[in-house]
Design a binder for this molecule. Sequence first.
Ligand code: ADP
Ligand code: ZN
Length: 289
Amino acid sequence: MYGSIEAGGTKFVCAIGDEEMTIKERVSFPTTTPEETMALVIDFFKKYEDQLVGIGIGSFGPIDIHRDSATYGYITSTPKLAWQNFDFVGTMKQAFPIPIAWTTDVNAAAYGEYVFGKGKGLSSVVYYTIGTGVGGGALQDGRFVEGFSHPEMGHMLVVPHPDDSFEGSCPFHGNCLEGMAAGPAIEKRLGKKGQELSEDEPFWSIEAEYIAQCAYNTTLMLSPDVIIFGGGVMKQRHMVEKVHQAFERLVNGYVKTPAVADYIVTPELEDNAGTLGCLALAREAVLHS
Ligand code: ADP
Ligand code: ZN
């Protein structure tokens, strides 16, 4: 059996999966303090201790992913103060001395789509989540694209739409993608949550413009095989077509991408992407241990 931990800012989703990557049990705990939340996580996996061979963790961040770093496996400079400098992998290793895969929450979802979803069989896959925040992960031939740290693609700058006077809600950058297009930025502008807005709300074409700018930047930097947009905001399914149109306008024929309907897509696994990604990463960690 493999364990999966999707560690999010509001909740932790833990699951158990078998060799076929079938989810056997899944539970969710609120993200409070490391002491409280991790006690629940460890209790959950202790039930399976005899069968558990590896664990995959996809965590909110920023996190330290450098194996030779003294703080490998830590959540580092998160604004969630209780979790700053928390030794996540170390805490899990102490309770379960088995192989543990460690990556960002969005990389885990990207991996799920890469192995089982819209990225299956492709060599270069980029996944974004547009939700409470915006995060992005990229895979090349099964490996995460990273250098001194994991990417922070959700904070790329976007050019403000001429009809949008919103200054952006990112405390670091103002008008970055997250500051302009994440769920809370929509709510701040319009006084309503994204899910309360109707399909013909004119703002959606502005939102699509920002997501298209993201797809444009991604295309020029990585030329991936597919770009997947998930997260709560993308549950507005009409958005993807608006993004296609804005994207083609921005690219303006400069690069010949795959057919846009197959190139800019929504996830196949929906809310299972993170769990399945963590399970598959756990399996990889065991294989290479
Ligand atoms: P999280 O990012 O916290 O993991 P989600 O991906 O579900 O969770 O994102 C939550 C955000 O998405 C909230 O800001 C919410 O208002 C927005 N959201 C959720 N559902 C929809 C919807 N159907 N349409 C537009 N926005 C939505
Ligand atoms: Zn930002």
